[in-house]
Design a protein around this ligand. Structure first.
Ligand code: FMN
Length: 215
């Protein structure tokens, strides 16, 4: 049975990354009627930042050459570490069980929201492999970071996620869809770009539906 883990991270309830992510998820669920679907809203129910006990778990895993995710809990040796592991374990179980991981992320200050980064920090351990899984990044940005745009070099959101999934998780199968120029709806200085935004948003919804139906 195939399974989809869908993460949201926008602080807004009505949000472009949520809309586009929902389009992917709806199409995926229609295409995979027996599939297992898990949705986690990291903004509505934030995971805590890692603390010192988490770093002790991580250090033990690294120092003892533990690479199998199923063996991580061997690192728990104190009550504080058990408390830290109790946060990690359900998040990691959800991630490992997923064949497809859908990450809906707004761009905040050129990068991902702290709510998403907190989740990444919780579930990531040394030399951890998630190879074989498919990741989908759905993003929304106030400006444009498309190839050739003046702001392209400042994209530390989609580029960071792609680099991290490939470089740390060993996941090469990463698809990305972006709704750009969202601020043209609000910012009078960007009003001339409204049509480009509408086209980008419509294209992102279409691409998300097509991807969801194909996965
Ligand atoms: C805290 C915050 C920081 C933002 N930083 C950026 C930014 O660095 N670059 C950008 O293009 N847009 C930025 N924006 C605009 C958002 O990316 C845009 O509103 C986007 O639609 C948010 O996604 P959402 O609709 O899913 O919430 C920021 C918005 C907020 C609330």
């Amino acid at each position: 049975m195939t399974s989809l883990l869908h993460l949201d991270s926008s602080a807004r309830r009505r949000s472009f990354s949520r809309e586009v992510g929902d389009a992917f998820a709806a199409a995926w669920r229609e295409a995979n009627p027996g599939g297992h679907y898990v949705h986690r809203d990291l903004a509505a129910e934030p995971v805590p930042f890692i603390g010192e006990a988490w770093t002790e778990l991580c250090d033990h895993i690294l120092a003892n050459g533990i690479t199998e995710i199923g063996r991580y809990k061997e690192a728990v040796r104190t009550p504080a570490q058990a408390e830290a592991w109790a946060v990690v374990e359900p998040l990691l179980d959800e991630l490992v069980a997923a064949d497809v991981v859908l990450i809906a992320a707004p761009m905040y200050n050129f990068t991902v929201p702290a709510s998403l980064k907190a989740w990444i920090d919780q579930v990531t351990f040394p030399r951890m492999s998630l190879a074989g899984r498919r990741f989908v990044i759905v993003s929304a940005r106030g400006g444009s970071y498309a190839p050739g745009a003046p702001r392209e070099p400042y994209d530390h959101q989609e580029r960071y996620l792609r680099d991290f999934f490939a470089g740390h998780f060993g996941v090469q199968d990463v698809a990305a869809v972006a709704a750009e120029l969202v601020n043209s709806r609000l910012d009078p200085a960007l009003a001339a770009l409204r049509a480009s935004h509408e086209a980008s948003y419509a294209g992102a919804l279409r691409a998300a539906r097509e991807l969801g139906a194909a996965y």
